[in-house]
Design a protein around this ligand. Sequence first.
Ligand code: BTN
Length: 249
Amino acid sequence: MIRRFTWDIVYHESLDSTNSLMYDQVSGDPSIKEGFVIQTGYQTSGRGQIGNTWESKPDKNLICSILLRPEIEVDHQFMISKIACLALVELLNDLDIDDLRIKWPNDIYVGDKKIAGILIQNMLQGKKIKSCIIGIGLNVNQEDFESDAPNPTSVKLLLKEEHSLEQILLSLLDKLAGMCGKLQLKKNIEIDHLYKFLLYRRNQQSEFLDINGIPFMGMIKDVSTSGHLQIVTDQGLKQFAFREIKYVL
Ligand code: BTN
């Protein structure tokens, strides 16, 4: 039977990081239900991937962490990244934003500019995912970006109009519930296809840096079940984990 979502949104004016607070709360109380959402107007220590920080001016953007308890095996944990990305793409597509792409593993791009980032933290029990925190930073109404994050953009910069963060969160949760439904119905092939089709720079000859910072050329083809990026290079098809490769932007 399909699990129905009841979203339980708690808003904080300011905190250190929605992911950190969610992690502490879920660790302290394992009975917290799937669908719990922490949203804030401002993070004092917003976290990005690989130890980066996440810039977001007060009350300008969507900053939230969502708790899921998907019944999937650890080996398939990349499906969570995929559904989170696809929910964001659907939301932005509904706002009439064109040229949406997913920069592996889970950045949302518009053309060559980043509009959203996702930080996923899984808590495991044996070979299963016990709980999953999906942290989302979506640039909505911010127009100036000060950090050295490459090429940021926002909904306002693209569409020239303000959007309600409350409405954006509700739409995102709606899209995510739809994606979770697909996952429960084991529509993995459909999810895989959508994600692959949207991959940034897929089938384009592009420059990358390997783990030693050595540049090489290659063409992104797909992502493996384990979430490795598959690139055709002069030496044939190679697979890369997140820390093993950088895009040259
Ligand atoms: C990235 O692109 O590096 C990931 C950025 C993720 C940012 C979001 S904002 C809400 C949640 N809380 C955090 O501290 N980080 C994520």
